[in-house]
Design a protein around this ligand. Structure first.
Ligand code: ZN
Length: 127
């Protein structure tokens, strides 16, 4: 029998005594149990994620066997355990943006435009 069923049974028993204060107490207790169960589920969920999440500079991935999902924002996850999928910027391959915290991440495939590669080195002629 689960804890909720137990509390229900106790509530039924208490009704027989017709005691308002006892009734109120058991309702409070039931609410607290619901809250604890919810927190417990949330923690289990976070636990599951923390087993699968992998940090690969500069962002997170979820790894499940051979499957790899992501990338996810490092800041959002570290801040409040939120998994926010990063969006790759269309004109800048390798540059990722988080739509929540607005952080940019650049990975190893990102190539910034190299303007000084066409620099004319050499000797200057004096006239
Ligand atoms: Zn973020």
């Amino acid at each position: 029998m689960g804890i909720i069923d137990n509390v229900k049974d106790i509530a039924e028993l208490i009704k027989k005594y017709n005691n308002v204060e006892l009734n109120r107490k058991i309702i409070d207790l039931r609410d607290e149990i619901f809250e604890l169960r919810e927190n417990n589920l949330k923690l289990k969920e976070e636990n599951k994620i923390s087993e699968k999440i992998v940090f690969e500079k500069p962002y997170y991935w979820l790894k499940d066997g051979l499957k790899k999902d992501g990338p996810y924002c490092q800041k959002c996850y570290d801040d409040n355990k939120k998994l926010i999928r990063l969006q790759e910027m269309r004109d800048f391959p390798g540059c990722w943006k988080c739509s929540v915290c607005k952080c940019d991440f650049t990975d190893s495939s990102y190539k910034p435009n190299n303007f000084d590669s066409v620099h004319n080195g050499g000797s200057s002629m004096s006239s």
